[in-house]
Design a protein around this ligand. Structure first.
Ligand code: GLN
Length: 431
């Protein structure tokens, strides 16, 4: 729909769909902004994860720490969306400070999965995924440090893209782990995700970590022709994955073959080492990122009000940082990170993309108790992408007992177009 009517109707649906608990704050000026909107995204309603700054709206990161923190400026991605006429409708719920894979660590209550009622929507970009899946907006921004765009996209049956590290500016994103975090688009279809990606991507002179490359117009270049495309598949995925999920993924691969792609085996022997490498890195970087939340400049002192998962990471991060002189943990993590990166880039050398499952298990029921290690286990297939800094996209591949299952497609650095084309080919329901 788009335009003023589109935004108005989304605002109504948000009001009616309150029990989904997808939004933490709404933009009171959304309709006014929609009236003036011009550009590529003119009048499209965009939901923004609560860890991305939008001037005048609360960037609470779903934490009591920043409960009343109102951003004083727009993140670069938000500036770019507004310049192209996109309308921010509100800020979405998430795991507290993006720490989690289920959406349940939010201080403001969990989000429902509109595609699988009674189950977690996945996380940490839980509200963004649910808002897209429940048609409460046209598209959303999420952030992905170890899978937080792809995991909820898979569980909610939508499209999510984690861009190459440095392709999308991080200015205005509240860090979980700055060497891994990337902002990316979530949408119901590939074209909208591609469009949003081309708007937010590109160098930012204010940031030393953005790449100095102008992104192509992904949406215009979308093509379903995947004739001759070489798609790698690693047997190692199956060691971690529920066989029912594997069988849905294999059906997608068969479809791609029928469309002319060639599925070839690749090996990723160190796939299972990603988790410990990732979590060690995140604990240390998160500990350092949270030192500014000491109650003096922003909100409250984090240790006094945060939830258990955030506190666990701060305490472990502090411990590991103190032990760093001995090079026992963090240095090892960095070494493993190089190994995992080399392995993935090596596997990608002989193929165009690598395709496989996104999350190894089906989403659990809301409220079901889960120990931290089992929760971390959800991330085993998504964290290597971030450790290697490469891009990946997710699209619904099928269902198991009515629950969506997403196919994850990873590519070489700056290989977003190839990934989008494979997702696009699967989207039209052909073959
Ligand atoms: N689930 C992972 C974690 O808890 C990833 C989070 C993310 O990507 N923000 O760290």
């Amino acid at each position: 729909m788009g335009g003023v009517e589109g935004v108005a109707s989304y605002l109504e649906s948000i009001e009616e769909g309150k029990e989904v608990n997808a939004f933490l704050d709404l933009n009171p000026r959304a309709l006014e902004e929609a009236r003036l909107a011009e550009g590529k995204l003119a009048g499209l309603a965009i939901a923004v994860k609560s860890n991305i700054s939008v001037k005048g709206l609360r960037a609470a990161c779903a934490s009591f720490t920043l409960e009343n923190y109102v951003a004083g400026y727009d993140a670069t991605v938000v500036e770019r969306i507004r310049k192209e006429g996109g309308v921010v409708v509100g800020m979405t719920n998430m795991d507290e400070f993006a720490c989690g894979s289920s959406g349940e660590t939010s201080a403001f209550g969990p989000t429902q999965n509109p595609a699988a009622p009674g189950r977690i929507p996945g996380g940490s970009s839980s509200g963004s995924a649910a808002a897209v899946a429940a048609s409460l907006c046209d598209a959303a921004l999420g952030s992905d440090t170890g899978g937080s765009i792809r995991n909820p996209a898979s569980h909610c049956g939508i499209v999510g893209i984690k861009p190459t590290y440095g392709l999308v500016p991080r200015y205005g994103l509240i860090d979980l782990a700055m060497s891994l975090d990337q902002i990316g688009p979530m949408a119901r279809d590939v074209h909208t995700a591609a469009l949003l990606l081309e708007v937010i991507a590109g160098p930012n002179p204010k940031e030393c970590t953005t790449l100095k490359v102008e992104p192509p117009e992904y949406s215009r270049l979308l093509s379903r022709k995947i004739d001759g495309c070489r798609i790698g598949y690693a047997r190692e995925f199956e060691e971690f994955t529920d066989p029912r999920i594997t069988s849905v993924i294999k059906k997608s691969l068969d479809r791609l073959e029928r469309m002319g792609a060639e599925v070839v085996p690749v090996t990723l022997p160190n796939l299972g080492k990603g988790l410990s490498t990732y979590y060690l890195t995140v604990f240390v970087e998160f500990f350092s990122a949270t030192r500014k939340f000491d109650g003096r400049r922003y909100g409250r002192k984090i240790e006094e009000v945060c939830g258990r998962e955030v506190l666990r990471r701060i305490l472990l991060g502090r411990y590991i940082s103190q032990k760093e002189y001995s090079g026992k943990y963090y240095k090892k993590a960095l070494q493993f990170r190089s190994l995992i990166k080399r392995e993935l880039l090596g596997a990608l050398e002989g193929v165009d993309v690598i395709a496989g499952p996104t999350v190894p298990k089906l989403p659990h029921r809301l409220g079901e108790s889960m120990d931290p290690m089992a929760m971390y286990g959800y991330d085993v297939l998504t964290v290597p992408t971030n450790l290697a800094g490469i891009p990946a996209g997710v699209i619904k591949a099928g269902e198991v007992d009515g629950i969506p299952v997403g196919l994850q497609v990873q590519g070489e650095p700056l290989g977003e177009q190839k990934i989008l084309n494979v997702l696009y080919a699967l989207e039209d329901g052909g073959c």
